[in-house]
Design a protein around this ligand. Sequence first.
Ligand SMILES: [Zn+2]
Length: 420
Amino acid sequence: MRMKKHPVFYIAMVVCLLIVVSLASCGGDDPIADPDPSSPPESVTPPTISTPPPSITPSTPPPPPPPPVELFPYDGVVEHIFFHEVIAWPELAFNGNAMERGYDTNMVTVSEYIAILESLYRNNFILVNLNDVWSEFTNEQGQQRMRRNTLMLPEGKKPLVISFDDLSFYEYMTGDGFMEKYIIGDDGDIWAIGTDPNGNTVISQDLTVITILDKFVKENPGFSHEGAKGCIAFTGYEGILGYRTQFDRTNDTQEARLHRRQEIARARPIVQRLHDTGWYFATHSYGHIWLDSSSLDRVQTDALRWKDEVASLVGETRIFIYPYGSRLDNGDVWDTGPALRFYNNELGFRYFASVGRESFSRIKPDISAVMMDRMPVDGLALRSRRELFLRFYDAAEVFDHSRPTGNDSAGRPYEIAWQT
Ligand SMILES: [Zn+2]
């Protein structure tokens, strides 16, 4: 069934036309030249995109407006998957040491990540911003509650949220095949810097999750709805994005404070650039703590530290991506205990995301919150959960065969469930 166009469509059309008119005016000798009389009025009938823009200097015609995209209502499942930072050099991550198993389980390699993005795009997924999927309203009792929005998407597109956990380049990852930090390039774009296996400094956009997705969307704009990219879930205990922005209580010297201020100053423009290019942020707790076994006091102290050291850098957020998938509700989406109430009432959080086998979500009836699960795209899923992810990608096609074989350092075998 073809549906009415969304009001945003018309607004976008009008804005495009206004931009075209102003560009044409600026570029011409006569700033008050009459606009093309064939242009349709702004409000009565929808403007047709094929109308040629008013031309003043024929030698430098303004760029044509983008083609119209008709939008259709979508109320189905919004898929939600997540990644960690990618392994840039598998030979360093998979070197047989004690960390190897953890990297194999929790991470994907660059080649796997790119192949998965390509498959998602081929399968008609489109990135949406989690904050647009639900919204808050006041019910008849005067209470704030959440409700699901009808998304307006291009025909045939399936909405997808991708979140990225722990993009901090933790100390333990140093030298293990990951880049070291995100930076701003001379072009104003985000890049990353690191050291390759030969000890050479590498500056690249091809070896980290953020920059690879940025490039992918630039090449395939149809993969992003209204410019949405991903949700980045930060802890704070070793800073963010490779910058040690945390306050170290055990080393509170003048020098340490100065260093911290410098790290914060270096991280800020990257955060700003992320904000400007469709990325948005979540808390992942400050200390990556086990929420279900932490006291209320510990949960509160941790939350306030995140607010102090990370929200001050990335801005306030209403999204909580649970560390370890451990939860504030005792594993029961109907349970609203004091820790969840604290995050909800005192800190204004509305979205609480754990980990599960499907893109589950449930609106809480008793408070203004949405509980959800995200599906982990990692080595464990690639090795043993092929079926679960087939609608996104086929593990047998994207699997990086530079992953370890044989046994890990504890003698446990590396297996691939789909390989006979
Ligand atoms: Zn985590």
